[in-house]
Design a protein. Structure first.
Length: 199
């Protein structure tokens, strides 16, 4: 199976120069969101000791390491969805069930909790914290480069989210950023626990 990231990268390189399918404002907004949420995550995991990285408040709560793994793996999976969605026939007359602003606000709101799909649950795939961080940084850079350069009509391709319902593929890109923000907040909740190791 071909890597969806590489498929999209090839699509970017092969794209002819023609009228943009996203407005510059849409590109700028998505890139700003992706850049800001990347920095939030990297700041939240900077300088943590092994004890801090692996601390679990209880058996049901993910550690910092598990939250970070989930963020890194989800980046690839959601971006892979976009790669598949844009190959489907366009539906220019279809409409999203939610707005861009709603996605960016609702996904980050942790008052309602959800069970992660099996494929996105942490399984200690990475040997070290640095491997998780490096993987995330590489994946996020691919996402940002795609948004910057793609000629795919992200507003004309749709797929249903299990909670948010019908979303266009541009909104799925925004979801990548909001999702990492949501779980960075979860990670920070672990760090705020009274029993979190001091060092």
């Amino acid at each position: 199976m071909k890597n969806p990231i590489h498929l999209l990268t090839l699509g970017v390189l092969a794209a002819p120069l023609f009228a943009a399918t996203l407005t510059q404002a849409e590109r700028d907004r998505a890139i700003a969101e992706l850049t800001a949420s990347r920095q939030q995550f990297l700041d939240s995991v900077a300088g943590l000791s092994p004890a801090q990285w692996n601390f679990k408040p209880d058996e049901k709560t993910w550690s910092v390491a598990e939250c970070a793994e989930h963020i890194a793996v989800s980046e690839d999976v959601i971006f892979g969805y976009v790669a598949n969605f844009v190959q489907a026939p366009a539906a220019p007359d279809k409409k999203s069930a939610v707005t861009d602003d709603f996605i960016l606000k609702a996904v980050v709101n942790r008052t309602q909790k959800f069970q992660a799909p099996e494929a996105l649950r942490p399984t200690h795939r990475f040997a070290t914290p640095q491997e998780i961080i490096d993987h995330f940084k590489q994946s996020r850079e691919h996402t940002i480069a795609y948004v910057r350069d793609t000629q795919d009509d992200l507003r004309a391709h749709f797929f249903d989210h299990p909670v948010l319902k019908t979303m266009d593929t541009y909104q799925w890109i925004l979801l990548i950023s909001a999702h990492s923000q949501r779980h960075t907040a979860q990670l920070n909740e672990v760090k705020a626990n009274a029993n979190f190791p001091k060092e």
